[in-house]
Ligand binder design. Structure first.
Ligand code: AMP
Length: 449
């Protein structure tokens, strides 16, 4: 795309201040990732930027490092809030992503006197006010909560010089366009705007046309999509055998951490619950969990206390987990692009990873969509459940409001947080899992390599 990407660079050749370089050195990064090498010089030069980069490519540092460089002349140790107006605004679609971006800003800015905070919904708005009132140069926010603060007059956006839209495609998918428009109307016209997106859909191009001025476009090799460092495979499995296949797959790989994706909150909750009962430490993150529960689950996963994290697409956006070895698609996503986001959780920053999709016949159409997007065809590996395996006894059907729930009514039962409320099911699953001859099934999931 340009000469910069072709040459191996050192961070020290990127015109970053020694104070920023020191923080980078302390994180242990030795050289910029391709998106960093491409984006940083343009951003330092003050250009608007449209960057196609997925999570896992180092995109957060690609915008944070040059942003810090540009704000450095305003760094101040003064205690006066007036000396710390919001000069950079980073908008992220989800609280998880906002929290992680903020953590990165804290890390990279630790040697410079620039203040930062993060605001997101689902928590007490009053608790976020003092940091804003004290003054911050860099604000990371989800759109809705930012507008709540604007309405409460907790902050002003009239001195914003840099606007960053992170995962802009997801923001549009989640219906944030009206909020974005309102926010953009509050910002000075004269500013630098950086747009990061995993894809350049027509809607994203339109957004860029409307709000960016003469942007430079940078695009990393679609590493995740091409899957160079991620082994991707597809196992065809009967719907009712999926849970069993999942357990055996996890056991056969012998990994310390696995991220499992489901399409619905219900399935995420049920799968996590069943895994726990099968002796695999698991938790779920999905939209019905409180912010506290989600953070707790993520922390437990990062620390290794929880081995299997079951997540829906929205809840998993922006999860930054280093060296995650295995991603399993328990169900294929509704939108093919989410497949790319999902598998991007493994094989990060150059590490190798594995992504396995458990696909039943009803999902074949989704698989074809994914193949179209990636422009590749996956061999369908058949998973046959051994004859000794008993199918789970389905509980009595329960009325469900969820149209998109999978056909197996096991998983379409409403989510009930109380463990004691489903004694029959507990017993059934436990007996199914223990009734399987481990060796026989493990052979179906021979570890690759
Ligand atoms: P991101 O795409 O921003 O979510 O970053 C993905 C992961 O890559 C994070 O864990 C970062 O800490 C890590 N990372 C970012 N830049 C580099 C770099 N230059 N070298 C090694 N790791 C990096």
């Amino acid at each position: 795309m340009n000469e910069i990407s072709a040459t191996k660079l050192l961070f020290s050749s990127l015109a970053l201040d020694p104070l920023i370089l020191r923080a980078i050195e302390e994180t242990g990064y030795t050289e910029p990732t391709p998106i960093q090498a491409q984006a940083i010089p343009h951003v330092i030069a003050g250009r608007d930027l449209m960057a196609m980069a997925q999570t896992g490519t180092g995109k957060t540092a690609a915008f944070t490092l040059p942003m810090l460089q540009r704000l450095l002349p305003h760094a101040s140790t003064s205690a006066s809030p007036a000396r710390h107006p919001i000069r950079a605004l980073v908008l992220a679609p989800t609280r998880e992503l906002a929290i992680q971006v903020h953590e990165s800003v804290v890390t990279y800015s630790k040697h410079v006197p620039l203040r930062t905070t993060v605001v997101y919904g689902g928590t007490d708005i009053k608790a976020q006010k003092p940091a804003l009132m004290n003054g911050v140069e860099i604000l990371v926010a989800t759109p809705g909560r930012l507008l709540d603060h604007v309405e409460s007059r907790n902050l002003q956006l009239n001195q914003v010089q840099i606007l960053i839209l992170d995962e802009a495609d997801r923001m549009l998918d989640m219906g944030f366009m009206p909020d974005l428009k309102r926010i953009l109307a509050l910002l000075p016209k004269q500013r630098q705007t950086l747009l990061f997106s995993a894809t350049f859909s027509d809607d994203i191009k339109k957004l860029a046309q409307d709000f960016l001025v003469d942007p430079v476009t940078v695009e990393t090799a679609r590493r995740n999509a091409a899957g160079e460092n991620i082994k991707q495979s597809v196992c065809m499995v009967e719907h009712q055998d999926k849970y069993h296949a999942l357990v055996e797959l996890i056991r056969s790989r012998g990994v310390k951490q696995v991220l499992i994706f489901t399409r619905t909150k219900l399935t995420a909750a049920h799968v996590a619950k069943q895994l726990e009962r099968s002796g695999i430490a698991a938790d779920a993150i999905h939209g019905d969990k409180t912010q506290q529960e989600r953070i707790k689950a993520l922390d437990a996963f990062k620390s290794g206390a929880v081995m299997a994290l079951v997540a829906t697409d929205v809840a998993a956006r922006g999860l930054d987990i280093d060296q995650l070895p295995l991603v399993i698609n328990y169900e294929l996503p509704t939108h093919a692009e989410d497949y790319v986001h999902r598998i991007g959780r493994t094989g990060r920053a150059g590490a190798s990873g594995e992504a396995v999709s458990l696909v039943d016949g009803a999902e074949e159409r989704r698989l074809v969509e994914i193949e179209k997007l990636l422009n590749r065809k996956f061999p369908r590996e058949a998973v046959v459940v051994p004859s000794g395996y008993q199918k789970p006894i389905k509980p009595a059907p329960v009325r469900s409001h969820h149209k998109s729930a999978p056909a197996d009514d096991w998983f379409s039962k409403p989510y009930e947080p109380s463990v004691s409320s489903e004694p029959v099911k507990e017993k059934t699953v436990a007996s199914v899992v223990t009734s399987v001859k481990p060796k026989q099934v493990a052979a179906l999931f021979k570890t690759r390599e």
